[in-house]
Design a protein around this ligand. Sequence first.
Ligand code: PLP
Length: 377
Amino acid sequence: MIPLFKVAMSPAAMGRVADVFSSGMMVHGPTVGAFEEALRRVVGNPHLAAVNNGTSALHLAMRLAADPGPDAEPRPAWRDEVLATPLTFEAATFAVLANGLRLRWVDVDPGTFNLDLDDLARKISPATAAISLVHWAGYPVDLDRLDRILDRAQAAHGHRPLVVEDCAHAWGTTLRGRRLGGHGNVCVFSFHALKHLTCGSGGMITLPDQRAHERVRLLRWLGIDRRADRTNASYDVPEWGYNFQMSDVSAAIGLANLEIVEGNLRRHRDNAAYYDDELAGVPGLELTDRAPGHDSSFWLYPVKVRDRDGFMRKLTEAGVATSRFVRRNDAHSAVREAAAPLPGLDSVYDQMVYIPVGWWLTPEDRAHVAKTIRSGW
Ligand SMILES: *Cc1c(COP(=O)(O)O)cnc(C)c1O
């Protein structure tokens, strides 16, 4: 079976992990700092913090939206809405609830599967505390257009909602030549086992400025300042926090995998370009939209198909894994109060499916996938 996902583990990871074992510093050691330094160079944003998984990074991000911190003007209780995409991993949805905020669903663009910015512009109001978006499958949301929408909202309401970009699929994605993670928003990355860059388990949050960075550095570990002298127990916690610290073992794995991730990314993109050519015009199949300057990481390759069950059956029989991947989050009982009409998502939800596109595909594999699809289902 040609799989949809595979763990990309550098052969150097074992040695790096062995170094951490023999150092005796498994957590709060120097390896996390070295990993963060390496990430700063790649992402091009000095304000970032490694955490134990992407979900934790989302919880930190929504905390920043829910609670501006002890030195800032408090958030008015009525400003409690998060405009969010329902087509995402549950982690993003539940981080909103965990911070006492309310979900307000924004429709999905049937062409890209990303947040529909027209619907967002209609729903933005003085009650909007934050916007939760995901660069779905690695394809970037048009952040410049989003900025213009927010400029108008700020002029109208005197408040600019915080934007939380879930970049879990989008390691290496660039928008108009600029890598995600440095567009002035709060960005969340996952280094889960199956993501482009893996730490086994891990994550990262990138921040727009030094103040937010400093705050997250404290919130990541219970609000306690690890740089302060704690021998006399005289330290103070100005704001309660979490235990979201990345372990040094995870950081060592991440450091090793940074050496292979760009090469893997090129192979995802090359396979996607191959499918773009080979699958164009196949009856009953539609590719997702692409705009100039929007360069996807192609963590996944989404297609829209007629008779999805038949399509998936045909590929399974040909030894090709496919998946519907996640359930639309607005369908979950846990969030039933937020239910709203979403005609854009409704129009494509029953056609969406993902085919293997990753670095592990041989030229024969991808040719087999394309030929199987072209022969019909
Ligand atoms: C993988 C993923 C996350 C974070 O997952 P963790 O397992 O907590 O690292 C968040 N959002 C999306 C869209 C994801 O795919």
